[in-house]
Write a protein of this length. Structure first.
Lengths: 455, 184
């Protein structure tokens, strides 16, 4: 019976976690921490995790507004609420989502000081910066915005569905220093991307006309890979699933990291993740437009009654701003690299009374410290700063509390706990606890839990 | 003591049982409508007086006319959400004759779906502005506009422009279309 229960638990794992994993980072020597820092300290001999159907975790962040700002059931008209939100946005406000599902995660110790791990996970990662000017142009028009230049560079988004095969090595160099690296192969199932756009649309009072309209320095590119085939959207989920396992749009990347004990109680750790790229070659469909164009109205010529003014306008526009909907040029995109850095001070040592027993090493009951997280996005890096307190209730029951300040919240309190019963480990992490009583007002949310088998 | 700490911590951890989203109403999205308005130049021209002077022995020229498609009116989104159209005109008449400008809008079969009130340009008049408005409520047929015909004609149907009536007729026009997505 015990074997059946363990077998089932092996297939239930907490392999799903959010993007800024400040709770999970360097916590309780969980196997998943090696994916956040390949140079993390680890003392287990072997671990295994398997897919969890109910263990999908999801993280989203929205700067600029929360669901309550728009959907609160009050006496304010929906249009007014949307208008207020739009007016309050700036061009760095964005919507972000990230979800990872761990399909396989295995690790084993080789001799005393080397630990190998490998596995496969699927990741959905997306960011959309709100193009305020374009939203204004769509919802209000240009009639009340003479002399305003609507900026097309605000169009910025990237959305990826990727399968990641990884292999890592963790090496304890000496009692103070542990280093590690992880090699990754990315297989993209779908990519939608539009970045580095430029151009403006401006309406001014004309000199010889009522209005002059200018499209200037237009350089737009909307790229897709793996989404459209033979001019039709791919609608079969199996195709996306298959392409996340060594499809044609592949890339490579590495994670590197280290942990260094400055003293017995003070430890620093740093990791760089997803330093890599993906080359998109198959099922590419890009739409591009470049050029300049000015329009002052149809110039009637009464000496020629047979002119087709509208067709001439269309041809003139296309000649000045060539518009290509069938561009299939392959492209390469960098993965969103991440930086983690932590300084941890441990105190209240618990000594092993059995000096001859190497199974139980000495450990510290409490730790405090700070963590820095950064992810590199199209408009620049995003940062989060975390202060934390960790405690070990017992050797097998540990907890961590964090306070994080980032773009989404200045009062993000999180909590994590890890239990180990025999070889079975269970952990649970909850972020933004203070907002759970009013989840509608939150700008970010994440929660995750999981099981490991650790030997 | 350790057990009490653990239980307290778990209570904190599972505080999410107090999730509250009852006061959100996502059905409000069906109430959303935007009312954008788009302004752009329409047609412009300068007519020198000699275009109204007929060659010797030819028929007198008392009017000139031009037609053009207005492709933006064929856009399905605009057709479905159009509520009103404003037309702005700025006319200066440097010719020593009074002119009337007639603006009519036609559908795909060449039928007139809307005709604006005539614009009058006095002889030797400086730039004068005009505003004409058509609402869909009063004239639903404007949703079928395909083209516009602009005709400049002498008010006095018996008069002609003489070679000595040297000058220029200047015409500028723009339109503002008003949409309401609630109509969709």
């Amino acid at each position: 019976m015990r074997k059946i229960v363990i077998f089932l638990l092996v297939f239930i794992t907490g392999g799903a976690f959010s993007q800024n994993k400040q709770l999970l980072y360097d916590f309780a020597e969980l196997p998943q921490t090696l994916l956040l820092n390949p140079g993390a300290n680890t003392s287990s001999k072997f671990y295994i995790g398997m897919p969890l159907l109910s263990g999908i975790s999801f993280n989203f962040g929205s700067s600029g507004f929360s669901p309550r700002d728009i959907f609160e059931d009050n006496n304010v008209s929906f249009n007014d609420k949307v208008s207020t939100v739009l007016q309050g946005l700036n061009n760095r406000d964005h919507l972000m989502l990230n979800s990872q599902i761990e399909v396989l995660n295995v690790g084993f110790r080789y001799k005393k000081n080397t630990f190998f791990s490998f596995g496969f996970y699927q990741e959905i990662d997306g960011i959309l910066y709100y193009p305020k000017d374009l939203i204004t142009l769509a919802t209000e028009g240009n009639a009340n915005f003479l002399n305003k230049s609507f900026d097309f560079s605000q169009l910025n988004y990237n959305f990826d569905v990727t399968g990641v095969l990884h292999f890592g090595i963790n090496k304890r160099i000496n009692k103070k220093l542990t280093v590690g690296g992880r090699f990754k192969i990315y297989s993209s199932a779908a990519n939608l991307r539009s970045t580095n756009n430029s151009g403006t649309f401006t309406t001014i009072e004309g000199t010889n006309t009522i209005f002059t309209h200018r499209l200037e320095n237009i350089n737009l590119a909307i790229k897709t890979a793996g989404v459209i085939e033979n001019d039709e959207y791919i609608r079969t989920p199996n195709t996306y699933l298959k392409n996340s396992f060594f499809g044609s749009n592949l890339g490579v990347g590495i994670d590197i990291g280290f942990t260094n004990k400055i003293s017995r109680q003070l430890e620093i750790s740093v990791s760089l993740l997803d330093i890599g790229f993906v080359s998109y070659k198959e099922n590419i469909k890009n739409t591009t437009a470049q050029g300049n164009f000015a329009f002052e109205g149809l110039d009637f010529d009464f000496s020629d009654p047979n002119r087709d003014y509208w067709t001439e306008l269309d041809e003139n526009f296309r000649a000045n701003i060539p518009f290509n909907e069938n561009d299939t040029t392959p492209y390469t995109a960098l993965r969103p690299a991440k930086l983690n850095a932590s300084l941890k001070y441990s105190f209240k040592e618990v000594r092993n009374p059995y000096c001859y027993n190497d199974d139980f090493k000495d450990y510290y009951k409490h730790a405090v410290g700070g963590q820095l997280f950064s992810v590199f996005r199209p408009l620049g890096p995003q940062f989060a700063l975390t202060g934390f307190y960790e405690t070990a209730f017992t050797r097998n029951i540990k907890a961590k509390v964090t306070y994080t300040a980032d773009r989404y919240s200045f009062y993000n309190v999180g909590a994590a706990t890890s239990f180990k019963l025999w070889k079975i480990n269970f952990y649970a992490l909850v972020d933004n606890i203070l907002q759970f009583t009013d989840i509608a007002a939150t700008n970010g949310l994440s929660a995750q839990l999981g099981f490991n088998l650790i030997f | 003591m350790t057990l009490r700490k653990i239980v307290s911590f778990l209570c904190l951890l599972f505080l999410f049982s107090c999730l509250n989203v009852d006061d959100l109403d996502f059905n409000q999205t069906k109430d959303y409508s935007s009312k954008p308005s788009y302004s752009f130049s329409l047609t412009n021209f300068n007519i020198p007086s000699n275009l109204f002077v007929a060659a010797v022995g030819a028929t007198d020229i008392r009017e000139l006319s031009q037609n053009s498609n207005l492709g933006f009116f064929e856009n399905r989104f605009i057709q479905n959400n159009l509520t009103k159209v404003d037309f702005q005109f700025a006319i200066s008449n440097g010719i020593n004759k009074k002119f009337i400008v007639e603006v009519v809008f036609l559908d795909g079969n060449g039928n007139i779906v809307a005709r604006l009130e005539d614009l009058e340009a006095e002889a030797n008049s400086p730039e004068t502005t005009f505003l004409r408005t058509i609402s869909v409520e009063e004239n639903p047929a404007i949703k079928n506009i395909i083209s516009v015909t602009v005709t400049i004609k002498l008010e006095n149907t018996t008069a002609t422009v003489l070679p000595t009536d040297i000058g220029e007729f200047n015409f500028k026009s723009a339109t503002t279309i008003y949409l309401d997505t609630r109509n969709n």
